[in-house]
Design a protein around this ligand. Structure first.
Ligand code: HEC
Length: 206
């Protein structure tokens, strides 16, 4: 009885460390590292890394107050449907591996992946993209969680009515100038409704 109790306490202590500190985070990363040089990694290899990292990634994003970012987005996005089938690294978003989730309001319109200027994403749609990186040496690190929210027409004409948000891996909302840090690049995809879309090989239904 006593031994079992102590063991449970030790596990709880480790969990607290993981939740709190760098030590726990480092350990998690090392545990998810790979031997394959990044250049040889397939998207399936990246999926294995994500499987290892995913709980820690989600727990990190959900730490602490979200301030101007709706906390429900951060809590709920894993329950939305995925628009990508495997993590892929298209070279944007700092070369990270990306996974895309879309809420019910946006899923059907988003997953048409329209690229002819007719993409019409309804207000209320929210798209989440989580990220992680794998270095050339196979070290894994967590990346930010990104959101785009489509708001009512006319709310934000400068951004085509998109709101942009970013949560750091430690849960802190990132105070960036979303106009220059996000919108300028996304507006280069005006023919896709401001959306970059996952690379074709990992789009759902393709
Ligand atoms: C250099 C260009 C660039 C910048 C800067 C950029 N993005 Fe993106 N973003 C893309 C591309 C390209 C994709 C599609 C990537 C993929 O999934 O393969 C994308 C995808 C996304 C998605 C998924 C929806 C979609 O477009 O398909 C979200 C959400 C997102 N970005 C949010 C952000 C936020 C928030 C910022 C600023 C903090 C930002 N992005 C900055 C190019 C950019």
């Amino acid at each position: 009885m006593t031994t079992r109790f102590l063991r449970a306490a030790a596990i709880a202590g480790t969990a607290a460390l993981v939740a709190l500190g760098v030590a726990g985070v480092e350990r998690a990363h090392a545990a998810c590292g790979v031997d394959t040089p990044r250049a040889d990694m397939t998207y399936e290899d990246a999926q294995d890394v994500w499987e290892c990292l995913k709980d820690d990634l989600y727990a990190g994003y959900n730490k602490g107050p979200k301030r101007w970012i709706p906390a429900a987005f951060v809590k709920d996005y894993r329950d939305w449907r995925m628009a990508s089938t495997l993590p892929a690294d298209p070279g944007v978003h700092s070369g990270r591996y990306l996974l895309t989730y879309v809420n019910d309001a946006g899923y059907d319109a988003y997953t048409e992946f329209k690229d002819d200027g007719t993409a019409a994403i309804p207000a209320g749609a929210v798209i989440a993209k989580e990220s992680f990186s794998i270095s050339d040496a196979g070290e894994v690190s967590k990346g930010p969680l990104f959101f785009m929210q489509k708001v009512e027409a006319g709310t934000s004409p400068k951004t085509d009515d998109w709101y942009y948000m970013m949560v750091n891996p430690n849960g802190a909302p990132a105070a960036v100038n979303v106009y220059t840090a996000c919108n300028e690049c996304h507006m280069a995809f005006a023919h896709q409704g401001g959306l970059g879309y996952p690379v074709p090989e990992v789009r759902v239904g393709q």
